[in-house]
Design a protein around this ligand. Structure first.
Ligand SMILES: Cc1ncc(COP(=O)(O)O)c(C=O)c1O
Length: 403
């Protein structure tokens, strides 16, 4: 493994971090699309299995292309160690299952992506791990949810879909006092704009499917943490449970990391412009963007994020009908539930990613007119014209009905 100096900046790490060249001296990383490895002798196989000799054994355990992706992510995040997984949800599940056993308890913020909510509120309790969901913005709620059995905290910040922020450093302190590990799903902020490990979190997880791929091709995930936990808990979990990343996907994601910084910087710059223009439109009841002064936690955004990010949420006047008219009138922005992509994507969470009861949606602030926009790499003016025209179209039936 390349012995990378630790003080290189993200743009450099994303090109060179973790590179392992074969004897051919290839420029771009090789794809080791192999399930297993062969040994020169039975003795060599025994030594490799015992760990007496370095080397790869089987791609469910570890693979050279996947290892390069893991190293590059560690360098980018400033993490001691990490393991890649087949999807973001495999990363979320691994991060929690490695922290708990039957009888333990997990505390999580209520504002969660639907599948994270399923893992914490449905799946873990079936394994005998109880969970409590709290208003993540209320630090007293975290404190009062702690039980003697609490072993893990979990949060997303900014949350999906309404970009609510949670004070990661403060929640990390509460977790430490409770002898629990804090897992942060950092998908919305990206590894560039928020550093949960520096803020005190124990583990950070990503869906690499989002900004890290950023071009709509592969699923992937990664769990990053301290070396001891990765070696003792996560590595055996990946090896024996098997949520391993495909070497092909790892290679695609390595290529994607080379452009992550320029893609995400451009997407965030465009998002800041669009958030203001959307916010000024008469069809908008409310816009949520962490980079705007009117975000309910603008001060926290400035403290813990380095940018407002690439995601915007907004509430269109006129409820579901107006929201659907808006989505259907878009010509550049596509309707999709993915995010972080080069293509701008819009989602109506209430009818897709967050199909909850009306009360649950009200609690999370997801109204019928709520839209989530993932800003892509298109020209800012083309996006602006498309979105503003669709916002006007969203109100056309209302205007006709009134006149
Ligand atoms: C916040 C968050 N976490 C985790 C995931 C799951 O990622 P994947 O689809 O790669 O499993 C998603 C997917 O949308 C997400 O938005």
């Amino acid at each position: 493994m390349a012995d990378a100096p630790k003080d290189r900046r993200p743009a450099t790490e994303m090109i060179h971090g973790g590179t392992m060249r074969s004897g051919f001296g290839e420029t771009s990383e090789a794809i080791f699309l192999t399930q297993g490895f062969v040994y020169d002798s039975a003795e060599a196989a025994e030594a490799r299995f015992k760990g007496d000799e370095p080397g790869f054994v089987y791609s469910r355990y570890a693979n050279p292309t996947v290892a390069m992706f893991e190293e590059r992510m560690c360098a980018l995040e400033g993490a001691e160690a990490g393991r890649a997984t087949a999807s973001g949800m495999a990363a979320v599940t691994a991060s929690l299952l490695c922290d708990v056993k039957a009888g333990d308890h997990v505390v999580a913020s209520r504002a969660l992506f639907g599948s994270c909510d399923y893992v914490i509120a449905d799946f873990l309790p079936r394994l005998g791990v109880n969970s409590t969901l709290v208003d993540g913005t209320d630090l007293d709620a975290w404190r009062s949810a702690v039980r003697p059995q609490t072993r893990a905290f979990f949060l997303e910040s900014p949350s999906n879909p309404n970009l609510e922020l949670i004070d990661i450093a403060a929640v990390a302190d509460i977790a430490r006092a409770a002898d629990a590990r804090l897992v942060v799903d950092n998908v919305f902020a990206t590894p560039l704009y928020q550093k949960p490990l520096e803020l005190g979190a124990h583990t950070v997880v990503y869906s690499a499917t989002k900004h890290i791929d950023g071009q709509g091709r592969c699923l992937g995930g990664v769990v990053l943490s301290n070396a001891e936990w990765v070696e003792d808990k996560l590595a055996p979990y990946i090896k024996h449970i098997g949520p391993s990343m495909s070497p092909f996907n790892a290679w695609v994601l390595l290529k994607s990391l080379e452009t992550l910084e320029i893609r995400v910087a451009r997407q965030a710059e465009t998002a800041a412009v669009l958030a203001d223009r959307i916010g000024d439109h008469p069809a908008i009841a409310r816009v949520y963007y962490p980079g705007r002064a009117d975000h309910p936690q603008a001060g926290l955004a400035r403290r813990q994020m380095h940018s407002g990010g690439t995601m915007i949420a907004f509430e269109i006047t006129g409820g579901k009908d107006a929201a659907f008219r808006f989505a259907n009138a878009l010509e550049v922005v596509l309707i999709s539930n993915n995010l972080g992509d080069a293509r701008s994507l819009v989602t109506h969470p209430a009818t897709t990613t967050h199909q909850l009861s009306e009360e649950e949606r009200a609690e999370l602030g997801i109204g019928d007119g709520h839209m989530r926009l993932s800003v892509g790499l298109e020209d800012v003016e083309d996006l602006s014209e498309d979105i503003l025209a669709a916002l006007s179209a969203s109100q056309s039936a209302t205007i006709r009905a009134v006149s």
